[in-house]
Design a protein around this ligand. Structure first.
Ligand code: ATP
Ligand code: MG
Length: 196
């Protein structure tokens, strides 16, 4: 089985926290590839996203450019509507037999895992890789029994960067240089994204 990590997110915009999380999961869990999947409308984020779908996808492409193990997929943007990981994994399993999927999630998302749409079915289709995130305590001891054995914890150098931080800094006219790869930074500036 080819081991594939799925890195889902709004990527509004993608930043070094996402890239390092993906790389850390790949290395620690022996993943062959990590697929970055921007969501269309995220279920648990009422005001998001801010940038257009094609802009978020373009920033992902720019960030992972030339990385041999990383790939971007527009499967959720194509499907449109609210993006549920369970739908995505079902679709991917049909499209790519012979691959085993692990869902890569930061500590904040591990904590809300029990609320995910069709989480029981999803936990039969894939496993989870949980990464620590600064300022977030991972309550994986509180996970329901059917999930606990399905979540593998993985360490990473802690990075206190979020897309929210980048958007806030942009709207305040502050620098976002070095929080995200230069090609993403240039794209944000050139297109005037996240300005107030
Ligand atoms: P926002 O501030 O808009 O919520 P975000 O930075 O949290 O953006 P998301 O697109 O919400 O990014 O997150 C996608 C995935 O990446 C989630 O699983 C999230 O937990 C993880 N992630 C994001 N930033 C980090 C980070 N700095 N360290 C570890 N994981 C991260
Ligand atoms: Mg987030």
């Amino acid at each position: 089985m080819i081991q594939v990590g799925l890195m889902g997110g709004t990527f509004d915009p993608i930043h070094y926290g996402h890239l390092l999380a993906a790389e850390s999961a790949r290395e620690a869990c022996g993943l062959d590839e990590v697929w970055f999947i921007p969501s269309s409308t995220p279920p648990l984020k009422p005001n998001a996203p801010y940038a257009e779908p094609q802009e978020r996808l373009e920033m992902v492409y720019r960030a992972i450019d030339f990385q041999p193990y990383f790939r971007a997929m527009d499967i959720e943007l194509e499907r449109g509507g609210v993006s549920y990981t369970a739908d995505t994994v079902r679709e991917l399993k049909d499209l790519y037999p012979g691959r085993a999927f692990s869902i890569i999630v930061g500590a904040d998302r591990i904590n809300d895992l029990p609320q995910w749409h069709q989480i029981r079915e999803l936990s039969e289709l894939a496993t989870f890789i949980a990464l620590e995130r600064p300022g977030v305590i991972m309550n994986d001891k509180d996970l329901p029994d059917f999930l606990r054995g399905k979540v593998r914890r993985c360490e990473m150098p802690q990075i206190g960067i979020s897309s929210t931080l980048i958007r806030e800094r942009r709207s305040q006219g502050r620098s976002i240089r070095f929080l995200t790869p230069d090609k993403v930074y240039q794209f944000i500036r050139r297109n005037g994204l996240y300005e107030s």
